[in-house]
Ligand binder design. Structure first.
Ligand code: HEM
Length: 205
């Protein structure tokens, strides 16, 4: 039997974007608004989270668990990152619709200040997305590109952390999601340390 081969590159992006749209349509159709909209906002936050984790951990897994799977993950990192941006754009569009159609519900537990971390997150998401293309990469130069992408990914990790942390009292999956994000941060820092140690050993020998 022929092994199932997963798409790669733009085909992977298109498949993930299509899945995000299909999931959103099913969730929206399963309940009347405003519940349908809120469920779709939550569902897209979760698909974004899964895609974000894969992009965030790509290089760390190659360092800590080298092998064909982690290398493949790293090769696809750009497309996974763009699929995350797509899913989060859908999250944003749904939030806009929710705020327009149900302003009293949208603002019930929210202020402009409490929306600030998420809004800064969106600003970085935009910057990371537009600089994911070759022309912008060349324009920025390697160091600035690296600094922007590293800062942006850490900031988005912090926004996910905060989003899950403030929902921990609600129970359900939130404590697990918060623990997952914290573990991903620990893995990323461990891999950074391992790379530094390897460089030091290499310099000494
Ligand atoms: C990068 C920026 C953002 C990230 C990473 C993010 C992440 C999240 C997460 C993790 C959830 C919870 C999903 C779950 O239930 O499992 C969520 C839900 C939600 N977010 Fe975002 N978000 C961002 C930006 C924003 C902004 C700017 C707004 C509005 C101003 C917003 C409005 C909402 C709303 C209304 C919900 C659903 C709340 C509920 O029904 O419980 N988000 N978001």
């Amino acid at each position: 039997m022929k092994a199932l081969t997963l798409p790669s590159g733009w085909k992977l992006f298109a498949a993930l974007a299509g899945l995000t749209l299909a999931m959103t349509a099913v969730v929206l159709a399963s309940q009347p608004d405003p519940d349908g909209l809120r469920s779709a906002i939550r569902a897209t936050a979760r698909s974004s989270f899964a895609l974000f984790l894969l992009a965030f951990l790509g290089s760390s897994l190659v360092t800590l668990l080298p092998g064909p799977r982690s290398r493949r993950l790293l090769q696809e990192r750009r497309y996974l990152g763009l699929a995350f941006a797509f899913s989060h754009t859908v999250h944003g569009v749904l939030i806009y619709r929710y705020a327009q159609q149900f302003p009293e519900l949208f603002w019930a537990n929210r202020t402009v200040t409490s929306s600030l971390p998420g809004s800064v997150g969106y600003l970085f998401l935009l910057l990371l997305t537009v600089t994911s293309f070759k022309a912008a990469m060349r324009l920025l130069g390697g160091r600035a590109w690296q600094a922007l992408h590293s800062t942006g990914m850490w900031l988005l990790a912090a926004v996910f952390c905060l989003s899950f942390y403030k929902r921990i009292p609600m129970g359900g999956w939130y404590p697990l999601a918060f623990a997952l994000m914290c573990s991903a941060i620990a893995i990323k820092l461990t891999a950074k340390l391992a790379r530094q140690q390897r460089r030091n050993t290499h310099a000494l020998s």
